[in-house]
Design a protein around this ligand. Structure first.
Ligand SMILES: NC(=O)c1ccc[n+]([C@@H]2O[C@H](COP(=O)([O-])OP(=O)(O)OC[C@H]3O[C@@H](n4cnc5c(N)ncnc54)[C@H](O)[C@@H]3O)[C@@H](O)[C@H]2O)c1
Length: 447
């Protein structure tokens, strides 16, 4: 296990040498999100009242939610800039935000006066992040995943706080860039909060804490599934170029989304490695393909994956994800130990220890809100959260599964980390962008 690197090669690992006791201590320090949030006021009036200018990159469904979460987290925040590849996406989202400044009776809400995005701060283009970052103190990155490494590297160099949606890269070169940038800003006073939102759900934190405390004994196996239905497709218009069609329907193009194992099922993979105290696996053997989603409009992604991770010492993790309408759905995780089982999605433990999470009275355990509450509290307290490793590790797990399933090869953690496959389009412009063939295990090489 010690030969597996889980930071970019030039960096020292935070957790390689962590003992179980150290991890317990660290986990205890972050378990109660409410306690973190209360630090906000303790950092001094000046810090707490300074207006933090928020910018959004990627004005879609999640970006919209993230803005509302950010403005709800801290009263002294203001949305001042927005960026998207398409102006219609940006303008409709802005209209939606502006609509929230008053209630149904026309009375001002808590957002009144806090959505202030003049025309010159509405940036359209594939490199819109640069101007948005320049205009803000805190940037929310929720665009199509392919662009995340360039966006985050730019923000890191500019020293801006950031909320970063998952996945953070779609290929090895992108992941190495972003991981390096994350290592570069460690300890430099910059908040980096991941969109791997389960990490911020109190119920999950309590459940994983129980596992760490030994409630199920030693972990022998993990089972996790993101078996669900199809997501959206935004259609095709004759006037759209290939690039526009792909960006508007980015889920279905591996170069843009990383495939659904990275775009969606990454949540399970993150919970899997969380259960393993964030220690990476040795390797993965995965398979997948497309059975029900075969039309050309679905690009070149698979519609299902299955994988077995080898964590060494006989510990295996079994993972599946699929997007099949009409099939049974199962989004869950189960950790099997020598003394019991933890059902981490439903927050229950059975076996020698019987336990279940009960939400304390008055607590609204909204993980999406919690992550923003924690981020702004950490900024105000001058103790910014740094989730760089968490988000990069989970992304690498997802890339490992895809690389193994596409090639039909067993892929080690280090092989995936060093992968040379660069999925970038030839040109970042609205024109032709031929779709590569769907991967064929045994034929498609691992690069
Ligand atoms: N944490 C979660 O539970 C969760 C839930 C949903 C989505 N997400 C993540 O959030 C991200 C966005 O997902 P979504 O559902 O909002 O998708 P979406 O398509 O609704 O929004 C993405 C937006 O990014 C824009 N975009 C494309 N290229 C861009 C570029 N270069 N710069 C700026 N904007 C660009 C698109 O035009 C689109 O408006 C994805 O990474 C997704 O995986 C996370």
């Amino acid at each position: 296990m010690s030969s597996r690197s889980f930071e970019t090669p030039s960096a020292t690992s935070e957790s390689t040498g962590s003992s179980r006791r150290e991890i317990l201590r660290a986990a205890g320090a972050v378990t109660a999100l409410g306690a973190t949030a209360s630090l906000a006021g303790a950092s001094g009036q000046d810090d707490a009242t300074k207006i933090l200018r928020v910018g959004l990159v990627g004005c879609g469904g999640r970006g919209g939610g993230a803005v509302i979460n950010a403005l709800s987290a801290d009263p002294n925040t203001k949305l001042v800039a927005m960026g998207d590849a398409f102006s219609d996406r940006l303008e409709s989202k802005l209209q939606e935000f502006e609509g929230r400044m008053t209630d149904n009776d026309g009375n001002p809400t808590k957002f009144a006066g806090r959505i202030d995005v003049p025309a010159e701060n509405r940036i359209v283009g594939l490199d819109c992040h640069e101007k948005v970052v320049d205009l803000c103190d805190v940037v929310l990155f929720a665009s199509t995943p392919h662009f995340r490494p360039a966006q985050v590297v730019y923000a890191a160099k500019a020293g801006k706080h950031m909320f970063v949606e998952k996945p953070v890269a779609v290929d090895g070169p992108g992941l190495r860039k972003i991981w390096q940038a994350m290592n570069d800003v460690k300890g430099k006073g910059i908040a980096v909060v991941t969109g791997l939102c389960y990490r911020y759900q109190n119920a999950k934190r309590a459940t994983f804490q129980k596992i760490r405390e030994g409630a199920i004994g030693d972990i022998k196996a993990i089972e996790c599934s993101y078996d669900t239905g199809a997501l959206w497709h935004r259609g095709q218009k004759p006037e759209w170029t290939e690039m526009e069609t792909q960006l508007r329907n980015w889920l279905y193009y591996t170069w843009a989304s990383g495939d659904h194992v990275a775009e969606q099922a990454i949540h399970n993979l993150d919970k899997m490695i969380w259960a393993m105290d964030d220690q990476p696996p040795v390797s993965v053997k995965a398979q997948g393909g497309r059975i029900v989603r075969t039309e050309p409009k679905y690009g070149n992604v698979f519609d299902h994956f299955n994988a077995v991770f080898d964590f060494g010492s006989g510990v295996k993790a079994f993972f599946s994800c699929r997007q099949w309408n009409g099939a049974d759905r199962d989004v869950s995780d189960h950790v099997y130990g020598t003394k019991g089982i933890a059902h981490t999605q439903t927050h229950r433990i059975e076996g020698e220890t019987k336990w279940r999470w009960r939400t304390p009275e008055g607590m609204v355990d909204d993980m999406y809100q919690n992550e923003h509450d924690a981020m702004f509290a950490s900024i105000r307290a001058g103790k910014p959260i740094h989730d760089g490793d968490v988000m990069c590790r989970a992304t690498l797990l997802a890339l490992m599964v895809r690389m193994s399933a596409y090639s039909g090869k067993v892929i080690s953690w280090n092989q995936a980390l060093e992968s040379k496959e660069d999925l970038s389009p030839k040109k970042y412009e609205f024109g032709p962008n031929p779709v590569p063939p769907v991967a064929q295990p045994g034929v498609t090489p691992f690069v």
